[in-house]
Structure formats: C-alpha cells, structure tokens
Write a protein that binds this ligand. Structure first.
Ligand code: AQP
Length: 332
C-alpha cells in the first residue's frame, strides 16, 4: 500500500473548519487505502511561544479530535512528533542541505514573521519547513494530504529529497502533495478572500469545531455574502456564497449544481439557515466524541504510545540509512 504522512499543530486548541475540510477529512479517507502515518506536530508548535501546561493539554486535545474525526488506531499510525526523536535528527541533516536563499523564499515564513515582527520571529519558525521535510522523508511517504497553503513546503521536500538522492545515492521517496481541489482552501466567513486561519483578526470568520454549536450557528448566519441574491458557485465574483456552497456540499455529500438548483430563487437566508443546521449536526457529535477521549487519558496516551513505537521503527531505519550515506562513523 502506498504510504501517506501528515501532521497538525496542537497550538490552537480546537481545530477549525479549514483544518478539517482541507486536511483531516482526507486523512480519515486515506487510512482505508494507504499505509497512513499521522502526527500531532508539537515540535512545530514551539516555533511560536507556548505555555507548557497548555501545550501538553492541547497535544492530547489534538489527538482526541483526530480520533473523534474518525482516525482509527487499528487502521493508521497516530503519534506525537516529539515522541520520535528521529524528526529532530533528520531535521538537522535537512537544514545542512538547504540553501539560505531557498529557505528565505518560503512565503509562510514571510507572512507569519510579518505578523509577529521580524525581531520576535524565531529561527525555528524560519526553519520549520525544513523540519517538515524531515517529517515526510523519514517515512518514505508517497503522498502528503494537506491544504493548498502547504504546497510550497511539499515542493521543498521534493527538491531536498532529489538533492540528497543525487548526492548520496537513492535514499528517499520523492513525495507528491495530495490536495483536493474543492476543499484545498476554505475561506474566512467574514473575509471570503482570505484563508480561514486560527490567527485571524476577526474570530467571527473562524469556525472552531469545538465552539458551542449555537456560536457556530451564529457565525454561519452572519457570514459575509454579496449584494446580489443569486445562489451560484463563482469563486471570483461570489467568493462568500461559493465558500458556503463548498462547505455545505462537502459536509453533506450533495453536489454543488444540486445545491444551486435547490436554492434557486430562495435568498441567502435560506442557504445560511440550512447550512447552520448541517454544521450544528456535524459539530455536536464531534464535540461529544472528543470529550469522551479526553475523559479517558490513559487510553489516549496508550494509543499514542503504540503509535510512537510503530512510527519509530520506520523512522529509525530511514535515519540509520541516511547517517550511513552521509558518512557518519557508526556508534559501536
Ligand atoms: N483554510 C484552510 N483551508 C484548507 N486547509 C487548511 N489548513 C489550514 N487552514 C486551511 C490545513 O490544515 C492542516 C493543518 O495545518 P496546521 O497544523 O498548519 O494548522 P494551523 O497552523 O492551525 O492552520 P492555520 O489556521 O493555517 O494557522 P496559521 O494561520 O497560523 O498558519 C494543513 O494541512 C493545512 O494545509
């Protein structure tokens, strides 16, 4: 079976709808057809300041949400990044293979450091895409299911894998991004030209899956649309309505043309009311399931321990080969 690898940060507490539709939903589907490795990327989380207690709690919370979303520890390997030390080890090797200019071209760093102020941004934030390269290459992943914002980092992964293979001999699988066009970028409900993101200035545009359902309903009902009344998918001319149609269609499995037909002649109010209901039906059991996993931390931790053991077996083998190829003297 082809292999997939992906990760999610434990920083925000709740996952948002963009994380779910852009990434986690694909993870759940791919565990049926692929040898799947998924992780909570706590090493990435500390690229920005973290409160230790919150980080620990959010790491469990992220794992609980992944299980609540449908990951099955019998069908995939679910683990915490820092439990597998090979990530940091291969990360260093990849740092030494990356050009400074090459790393400087990563647009996410430019965006995130601009938000923080360049004096506050850490070197870790600058090199985080290179750690991500190591994350992927350690598992010899064929595909990486992510949202559109990660495409550039997968390109970097491909470049570094090819560079290493060219210099030291075939070592790493060159991975492909697995990006589902329709949900690659879910937009902010208040600013439908911007990506839905945990670091938005306006929380009304951000749908957190663990929000109270009535908060979610309110956010959907106050989503920005346009001054027209026609319910039609047109990402350029009608970004707000198109975003709502994408969300509605993905959560219900109803095609967009069918939705356009269903709402022909009805106003935006009808679409929003129905979508709000769909969302409430989705988040209510999700919240309950997440809480059930949190209420049983022993089971949760043992799932993560088993996952780390399986992940380490693969990661250690790749790292050993890498060290040997580079010319490190084996430890006796
Ligand atoms: N709006 C989005 N649409 C589609 N996919 C998205 N992803 C994130 N936002 C969207 C995808 O979610 C996965 C996990 O990403 P992450 O761990 O980087 O999550 P995050 O940092 O919490 O995401 P944000 O909100 O995007 O944070 P900021 O704004 O701080 O960078 C990834 O596969 C990502 O593509």
């Amino acid at each position: 079976r082809p292999r997939v690898l992906s990760g999610i940060q434990p920083t925000a507490g709740s996952f948002h709808l963009g994380n779910y539709l852009g990434a986690v939903r694909q993870w759940v589907a791919l565990q049926e057809s692929h040898d799947a490795f998924y992780m909570v990327v706590d090493l990435h989380a500390i690229t920005v300041p973290q409160d230790p207690k919150e980080l620990r709690a959010n790491t469990r919370l992220a794992a609980a949400q992944l299980l609540a979303a449908g990951l099955d520890p019998e069908r995939c390997t679910l683990f915490v990044q820092s439990h597998v030390p090979e990530h940091a080890q291969l990360g260093w090797v990849m740092n030494c293979l990356t050009g400074f200019g090459e790393a400087s071209r990563m647009t996410q760093f430019k965006d995130k450091s601009a938000k923080q102020g360049s004096d506050r941004a850490t070197v870790g934030l600058f090199t985080y895409p290179i750690l991500q390269v190591a994350d992927i290459l350690l598992y010899q992943a064929n595909e990486v299911p992510v949202g559109e914002d990660q495409r550039q980092h997968i390109e970097l992964t491909r470049d570094l894998a090819e560079r290493f293979n060219g210099r030291y001999g075939q070592t790493f699988t060159v991975p492909k991004p697995h990006i589902i066009k329709e949900t690659a970028k879910i937009f902010d409900l208040q600013d439908p030209t911007a990506k839905m993101s945990k670091s938005t200035a306006n929380p009304k545009g951000l749908v957190n899956l663990l929000d109270e359902p009535k908060v979610t309903v309110k956010k959907v009902k106050s989503a920005v649309t346009d001054t027209d009344t026609e319910i039609r998918f047109d990402a350029e001319a009608k970004p707000g309505v198109s975003n709502l149609l994408t969300i509605y269609s993905t959560l219900t499995g109803t095609g967009i043309p069918e939705l356009e037909q269903k709402y022909a002649g009805k106003g935006y109010g009808a679409l929003k009311t129905d979508l709000a209901e769909v969302m409430a039906e989705f988040v209510t059991p999700f919240r309950t399931r997440t809480q059930e996993y949190l209420d049983d931390p022993e089971t949760l931790d043992s799932i993560l321990a088993k996952g780390a053991e399986k992940a380490r077996a693969v990661a250690a083998e790749t790292l050993a080969t890498t060290y040997e190829r580079i010319g490190f003297l084996p430890a006796k």
